[in-house]
Design a binder for this molecule. Sequence first.
Ligand code: XIL
Length: 287
Amino acid sequence: SGLNAHFVSKGKKFWGSAADQNTITIQANDALLLSDFGAVTPENSMKQISYLELLLSSSGILPNAYILVSDPHIQQAAVNSLSPELITLSTGLHPMLPSWVSSIGDKATLTSVIQTHVTTLWDVCNEIFNEDGTLRSDVFSSVLGQDFVRIAFAAARAADPNAKLYINDYNLGLVNLVKSVNAAGKVIDGIGSQTHLSAGGAGGVQAALAALSAAGTEIGITELDIAGAAPNDYVTVVKACLATPACVSITTWGVADVNSWRASSTPLLFDNNYKPKPAYTAVIQAL
Ligand code: XIL
């Protein structure tokens, strides 16, 4: 009867949520994850800084990501039929990069660092563009050119031939990049469009999804939140996904406003007391 079930009844794959250690341990939040959501994305714990810094420490401690996945709450969620796409491949090779990686100068070493990261963590790349849609100039693009994207996705494909591999961003530079990388053999299965919106910004989503569809892969709205949203803003986004055949999923970036990274703008579907907001009701009605 929850959000995910309504969305799936429209032929879509799942409605997911961001979650992490700080929220899965809150009972009210956990109950909503189980009743209303069909997948979870770790909000922060798979980010490169967690993994590589732990790796560097040589402590032998497993990265947070594995702690999260082995958490009994998440296992229970999986048992209760959350999507097998439990972990969306997200934030990775670019943000929060440690300096020992950014100072690597040769192709072979950097290729091997990417392969180890992707193979161990199943975490590929996120936010790799400049605002104008060209590739950000960082150690990956400087040493390897655009080929770093193919290297990362090929490593993920080798690590799990059955996984759906997504590239995640907010920049429409995705379209040309995915077309160009996949032209030499399809390694990217899907595009994650972050969709962190401001009030009134929902009107652009239909056109953005149409533009992304041109890349020829499936699309997920992966991090939806709308600052100061009117209920209708959420409905506009949902309708845009329903109207776009390639759009297969929506993930809201958290359950309740109180735990949102944009908490002061109350951007989510449940309020500070884990109660459904008018936007939630409007979305259910639109489904
Ligand atoms: C955000 C998290 O929600 C915050 O808790 C953290 O402090 C910063 O990162 N785009 C992304 C996500 O790809 O990783 C970001 O998540 C939100 C913007």
